[in-house]
Design a protein around this ligand. Sequence first.
Ligand SMILES: Cc1cc2nc3c(=O)[nH]c(=O)nc-3n(C[C@H](O)[C@H](O)[C@H](O)COP(=O)(O)OP(=O)(O)OC[C@H]3O[C@@H](n4cnc5c(N)ncnc54)[C@H](O)[C@@H]3O)c2cc1C
Length: 469
Amino acid sequence: MNKNDRICIIGGGPAGISAAVFLEQKGYENYVIYEKLNKVGGKSYSPKIEVNGEERTYETGAIMGAITYHAVHEIEKFGGVGHDDGPNMRRMYRDKTGKEIFPFEPKKDFSFKKLFSLLKLKKQMKKLVEIMETKYKGYDCYGHRGVAQGRYSGLSKGLDDALQHIEGENPNLKDLALPFDQFCKLNGVEEVMKIWIGPFTSFGYGFFDEIPAAYVMKYLDTTTAIEFIALRLWTWKEGTQSIYVAANGKLKHPAILNTEVVSVKRPEEGTEGKIIITVRGPEGEKQEEFDKLIVTTPLDYFAKYADAREEEKELFSKIIHEKYVDFIAKFNKDGGPTISGYIFDNMVPERLGHAMVYYHRWEDLEKNCPSTVYALRNHTGDEDVPYDRTIDLMLEDMKACGFPVSERLYEQESYYCPHVSTEDYAAGWYDKLEDMQGKQNTYYAGEIISFGDMEDTCAASKDLVERFF
Ligand SMILES: Cc1cc2nc3c(=O)[nH]c(=O)nc-3n(C[C@H](O)[C@H](O)[C@H](O)COP(=O)(O)OP(=O)(O)OC[C@H]3O[C@@H](n4cnc5c(N)ncnc54)[C@H](O)[C@@H]3O)c2cc1C
């Protein structure tokens, strides 16, 4: 690979910014990042809101990390950002009527049934930790290369040898193509879903009867899951966006904002030539020439605006994404929550469109802290709940919890958690993608590669740069 090659990076989210950081660290300085919005960070977006005359950050997208966030930590170090200054995560639980419940506290609302169920859960958690380290050894490296064939290959997520490349054979890994509920059943650990559902389904990553276990365990590997339970989480005072703003600010070539890639023309496979990228910016459209292309944005969209080959169109058409809705709610004076809440009853497909969780960020603002409310409106096999209906349901749920929303300050639906079905996973979707890496000087990164969180996307960029540049 020629270090002077001109490299185009599409997208200035965590994947795009980290790709540039890792390229620079490897001596590639001739790159350009195009970002269609007027900000970097993508779904790590932390707008400032004024409350009582003081501006603070709130989160609309990514909120937290954990000790397993090695790749993010490398980006933090590059930008000179830490993760010890953010607000503590705190939570309580409610049922669908808004009533407070205590699912994990045996002494509150005591019953023997609850006690036995908690003991069973504890035992199964232990079992899961054991089998993931033994029967499913290799499950926790980043990415899905070879998993459908019973192999693993990627950067290690383990704590001791953080971000070292590991690989090996393990036929049991094929089980990870099963939906997570079937995977748990197969291994006699169904109870653990009661824990995993909180940071998984309510965080918009889908339901356990539809999402391959590989994704669930990629994000909530047992170490990360335990950190969630113990609430030993990283948050950032200036918001998750500040990680990428800081890194972008230190790059030799910060992202070019307000500039969308609208077309890609590549030389025929096997022929020499430049990649022609058309970008649309404030001054209209223009064309630029590049030697290499890194796509960090949704590949199913890429297939539509680029000169996609049939195999790209076919493979990328299989990508599914979640429709995750959130808004920042403002409440009447002294009318909001004082702590984040999980509404467990709403984390089932039958309650699609209902609020599953709300995030109260600043403890000292007590009942006057705007809070972000989240809901999913899609599930495989069910009709999507219309967007407006979802908003209405979320508002009703907040009211039921005792917090009528007076205003929605920011509202969005995210293209969230791109993944493939259990069938496509088992049929080797990821190995087909791997075979395409580098064809026509095009490389694929971003959320689909490993999982839709900050760590997996940054790690996927690191892995890509290490292996191909
Ligand atoms: C509500 C919510 C909560 C979340 N919570 C967490 C959390 O707590 N912890 C965690 O780790 N992760 C969390 N995430 C997920 C995390 O934010 C994403 O996985 C991560 O941002 C993905 O990074 P990315 O760069 O792959 O994609 P994105 O963040 O989506 O960035 C892609 C970028 O590409 C730009 N773009 C798209 N198309 C083009 C084009 N044609 N030309 C130029 N630019 C383009 C977009 O504008 C965007 O800036 C959350 C996300 C959401 C929405």
